[in-house]
Design a protein around this ligand. Structure first.
Ligand code: AOF
Ligand code: ZN
Length: 356
């Protein structure tokens, strides 16, 4: 199963709107005779790829798969039937398929006499599919807020300079996070201050995410902005109530008009996430800045936080987070740390909101 999870991880960023799935087929004597992963929506499911590799050696063997085999005909046929047709005797899967349409593979296999076990390395398999599982459970894309800051929580110095606070190693990792995300999103403060490009660089065969520029007043993004180049598709989100001439300068760009947040600050995160969900985005990397992150946290629209902390102190300058709707300690947004790692000289902390 550890190998199957590693196979699944290779699909991250490539399978939208589908999950990542890995599968290993063992012959009756326990030898690995086939491996597979789900590489893209519309392509073969992991089980089918592994069974094809195994050929006749799968008969009487075991299929180890990170997600419950599907029982439906979507873009491809049901994996439950494929496993039965190959003569698999035992199926071990980690996580149940939470979609109503595809679920039921385990029951179908059991009814046909296959021995089925669930839950092996479930935490690891959940983790690799965090985005897709969150999206299915919430009915909207999973949102990861990523930031890079000094140890005293600043993203810029007093003079406004902000380049290269974190290390080259951390910045390289952020390109991988972008590649793994279906969309990368920034607000108008970051667009104005940094003119960010938001495309993936330095990842072999990278899939470029949809770049989402939240420019509520249509006051920042203009032709020539780096975010509008042809390195990746871009969606510019503006307020629905703006007069038409405000978006005239964006002719040719993909512009969506959305309701404002109830707080009056920025766009309604839920409306933007619904729009992205319609566009088959299942994971969003929120890259800033502090005002946008505060609004999204306050709205309960952040599912995971990844912070890169550089061993540097500034003492003054912009904080990594602005108002998140908290005015007293008892109302703090409490998180649970799920991972801590060294990345070059920096510290990477991953955390998820604690259920209220
Ligand atoms: C599996 N193995 O490798 C994958 C599964 O429309 P389709 O054919 O692409 O099916 C997509 C659905 O099938 C997806 O929503 C999920 O429930 C399941 N994905 N299942 O047994 C796989 N990718
Ligand atoms: Zn399947």
């Amino acid at each position: 199963m550890r190998r199957a999870v590693a196979l699944a991880a290779r699909g991250l960023g490539r399978t939208r709107p589908n999950p990542v799935v890995g599968c290993v087929v063992l012959a009756p004597d326990g030898r690995t005779v086939g491996e597979g992963l789900h590489r893209r929506a519309g392509g073969p499911h992991a089980e089918v790829e592994a069974l094809t590799a195994a050929g006749g050696l799968a008969r009487g063997g075991t299929a180890v798969v990170t997600l419950e085999p599907c029982d439906h005909t979507g873009r491809t046929g049901p994996c439950s039937r494929a496993l039965l047709a190959a003569g698999i005797a035992r199926v071990v899967y980690a996580v149940a398929d939470p979609t109503a349409a595809a679920a039921g593979g385990a029951a179908t296999l059991r009814a046909a006499g296959v021995e089925v076990a669930a839950g092996l390395l479930a935490a690891e398999a959940e983790n690799v599919n965090h985005a897709w599982l969150t999206a299915v459970r919430r009915g909207r894309p999973a949102v990861t807020w990523k930031y890079g800051a000094t140890l005293d929580g600043r993203v810029a110095a007093a003079d406004g300079s902000s380049r290269w606070i974190t290390s080259a190693e951390s910045r390289a990792e952020v390109h991988r996070l972008r590649h793994e995300a279906d969309a990368v999103l920034v607000g108008s403060g970051t667009l104005r201050a940094d003119d960010p490009h938001l495309a993936v660089r330095g990842v072999p065969d990278a899939v470029q995410p949809l770049r989402v520029a939240v420019d509520t007043e249509a006051a920042v993004v203009r032709p020539g902005a780096r975010v509008l180049d042809d390195a990746a598709p871009t969606l510019v989100a503006v307020a629905a109530d703006l007069p038409a001439d405000r978006t005239a300068a964006l002719a040719g760009a993909d512009v969506v008009r959305l309701p404002r947040a109830a707080t009056g600050r920025g766009l309604d995160p839920a409306a933007l996430l619904a729009e992205l969900h319609r566009r088959e985005v299942r994971s969003v990397l929120l890259e800033g800045g502090p005002t946008l992150a505060g609004a999204w946290l306050a709205a309960g629209a952040v599912d995971r936080v990844v912070g890169y902390l550089a061993p540097a102190l500034l003492g003054a300058g912009a904080p990594l987070l602005n108002d998140a709707g908290v005015d007293t300690v008892s109302a703090a947004l409490r998180l649970e740390i799920t991972d801590v790692a060294r990345v070059g000289p920096d510290l990477r902390v991953t955390a998820v909101p604690r259920p209220a």
